[in-house]
Write a protein that binds this ligand. Structure first.
Ligand code: SF4
Length: 319
């Protein structure tokens, strides 16, 4: 069994206007030492998947169905006290735009020590301090910088320090939500290389959430593409990049430049992502799909195996 086995996860936001179907029947697995990319446009449900895994959904967010099997336990069934044992020690997250997550008036090292003390009350302060030094070293920061305030770190160092903080309680699974956002490309590349190294050195399972396919292709072993709350294609990176089968995946890949492939005109996906209060019936991508057929408006395509990947599209079922 995979370390993380998500089965038919469905999460809605209950609003005055009705339920927002942010995540619908999403299934995937991530194993030890494996890095999965979760990709798609803003608002497709990627972050809601992450928040559901940790059960830290904002007000109105509710897991409506499905299972989140983590090391054999179904997290959906656990109460808040039991979930506190999972957060940080089992599953940890580096939030989007988290470079500003440090409190500006406390030293970086003290903030990481506090995170350790809160989640592992038996660890003494002195031991936690030693751990902070090692953690900073792991992410390529001189341990003496633990005594610096966040404003004394560059953007890349703050991001690295946050990764160190997320690793403070030795989690088995690390989720990184848009880890490259707000970093320049050089620093972004360094942070991504660090994540890949950490995955290999610590045999971590990782989920990398990004709208940027180039980030995912550089770092991950496999990918799940989300559209309007659903996974439309998933499988190993190379087969999906070489030959995307779902029209949405084709559109996403066509919208990113490649420095290695032949020069070509970039394309955009026409239209806008749907309102998930009232998603389009059957295939949610049908109003934007260049290959739409009658069946696409009547029948929802199921994820079917196609070679090394799974695709939810009536075209593929017919192939
Ligand atoms: Fe396009 Fe139909 Fe496939 Fe949906 S099911 S992606 S509308 S071809």
């Amino acid at each position: 069994m995979a370390m993380l086995d998500v089965q038919d996860l469905t999460t809605h936001y209950l609003t005055m206007r009705g339920p927002v179907r942010a995540v619908d029947d999403v299934s995937f697995q991530v194993d030890k030492g494996e890095m999965m990319g979760l990709a798609g446009e803003s608002g497709c449900g990627k972050t809601t998947v992450a928040l559901s895994l940790l059960k830290i959904l904002p007000q109105g967010g509710k897991i409506m169905g499905g299972k989140i099997l983590f090391k054999g336990d179904d997290l959906v069934e656990l109460n808040e006290k039991q979930m506190r044992e999972i957060r940080w020690k089992g599953i940890s997250i580096v939030f989007q735009g988290a470079m500003n997550a440090f409190n500006p008036v406390y030293k970086v090292g003290d903030q990481i020590v506090e995170a350790i003390s809160v989640h592992e009350s038996k660890v003494k302060k002195e031991e936690a301090r030693k751990r902070v030094g090692k953690l900073l070293e792991t992410v390529g920061i001189e341990p003496s910088r633990a005594d610096n305030y966040p404003h004394e770190f560059s953007g890349g160092m703050r991001q690295r320090a946050l990764i160190a903080m997320a690793l403070a309680c030795n989690p088995d699974l690390l989720i990184a939500d848009e880890p490259g956002t707000a970093l320049d490309v050089i620093v972004q590349a360094q942070v991504l290389r660090l994540m890949r190294e950490l995955k290999e050195r610590l045999n971590l399972a990782m989920i990398m959430i990004s709208h940027d396919l180039s980030i995912i292709s550089e770092t991950c072993d496999k990918i799940a593409i989300m559209y309007a709350g659903k996974i439309v294609e998933q499988g190993d990176i190379s087969s999906i990049y070489k030959e995307p089968l779902h029209p949405y995946t084709q559109g996403l890949i066509g919208a990113f430049p490649s420095i290695r492939a032949e020069k070509r005109r970039m394309t955009s996906i026409p239209g806008f992502p749907p309102d998930l209060l009232n998603p389009p019936p059957a295939c949610r991508f049908h109003p934007r799909c260049p290959y739409v057929m009658d069946i696409c408006k009547k029948e929802e395509p199921k994820l079917v195996k196609a070679g090394k990947r799974y695709v939810a599209c009536h075209l593929v079922k017919k192939a």
